[in-house]
Design a protein around this ligand. Structure first.
Ligand SMILES: [Mg+2]
Length: 126
């Protein structure tokens, strides 16, 4: 199916997402904060979608999106879903300008998340 990058400092959230995604045939790579998420992404340029938390140590999710957005070496930027407890409109519009196409507030509904993922992956095919 697709390779999906999960970036979240909560192991519980990462495990939950990984379980949901692998059950649905996806491959998962992970980062525990924005800095390591960015690094994992650089090592896995075939990542088709990023699911990213906002509040994380070292580098937050918005800063990671900005870093990817500004990285001229990344020709094809993957779509990014933010998965967060944050709903600050300023953060949301900042994210949008850095490639965030969906803002999902935790706790997320698994079926809804999967529907959104399937939809974006089929749109981005080829
Ligand atoms: Mg967090």
């Amino acid at each position: 199916m697709a390779k999906i990058l999960i970036v979240d400092d909560s192991e519980t959230v990462r495990d939950q997402l990984k379980d949901t995604l692998t059950k649905n045939g996806h491959n998962v790579v992970e980062g525990v904060d924005g800095a390591l998420g960015y690094q994992t992404f650089k090592e896995n340029p075939d990542v088709a979608l990023i699911l990213c938390d906002v509040n994380m140590p070292n580098m937050n999710g918005i800063a990671m999106c900005e870093k990817i957005f500004l990285d001229a070496a990344i020709a094809k930027k993957p779509p990014i879903f933010m998965l967060t407890t944050e709903s600050d409109p300023e953060l949301m519009s900042k994210g949008k300008s850095f490639g965030v196409i969906a803002w999902i507030t935790k706790p997320y509904v698994e079926a809804k998340l999967l529907t959104a993922i399937t939809k974006i992956l089929s749109m981005n095919k080829s």
